[in-house]
Structures are given as structure tokens and as C-alpha cells.
Design a protein around this ligand. Structure first.
Ligand SMILES: [Zn+2]
Length: 85
């Protein structure tokens, strides 16, 4: 009877694996599956589309102080007290 611990399985190939220190590649069955998993992560999460251009900075977008319209002078919706009738 082996009641030590449930056999872990490699998440990549679903093979039963040994834990450390027997298997330094745990929780994977080997270095290869570990790298496969790493590659999956890198591919899925760290995929940053590089869309940066080093030119065109300066007066490209007239974004600030253009039309002179203060953003706070509009209609203020006060929903605090409304039972005044
Ligand atoms: Zn594996």
C-alpha cells in the first residue's frame, strides 16, 4: 500500500510523475513538458502587439485645451435630495 501522496500527473501529457526531489521538473514529467507549458503561457498571456512608432510625437493630436470648453460647467445632476414638493 502506498499512502504517501496521490500521484501527480503531468498537466501536459497526463503522465504520472514523481515529485521532487526525484523529479526536478515537477510538476511536469520532464523538462520538455515544462517547456511546453511555459511556451503555452508565453504564447497566451505575454503576447503584446508591438504597435509603437517612434515618430509623430508633438503636435499630432490637439487633445488638450482645444475648444475652450470647461468640462465642469454643464448640468449637474443632483440626485441627493429630491423630495421637495
Ligand atoms: Zn509530460
Amino acid at each position: 500500500m502506498n499512502v504517501a501522496a496521490a500521484r501527480a500527473r503531468c498537466p501536459i501529457c497526463n503522465k504520472e510523475i514523481e515529485g521532487r526531489p526525484t523529479n526536478p521538473s515537477a510538476p511536469f514529467c520532464g523538462v520538455r513538458c515544462r517547456q511546453v507549458d511555459l511556451g503555452k503561457w508565453l504564447d497566451a498571456d505575454y503576447r503584446v502587439p508591438v504597435a509603437e512608432t517612434d515618430e509623430g510625437d508633438g503636435e499630432g493630436e490637439g487633445r488638450d485645451g482645444g475648444t475652450g470648453g470647461p468640462a465642469g460647467s454643464g448640468v449637474k445632476v443632483n440626485t441627493g435630495r429630491g423630495g421637495d414638493a
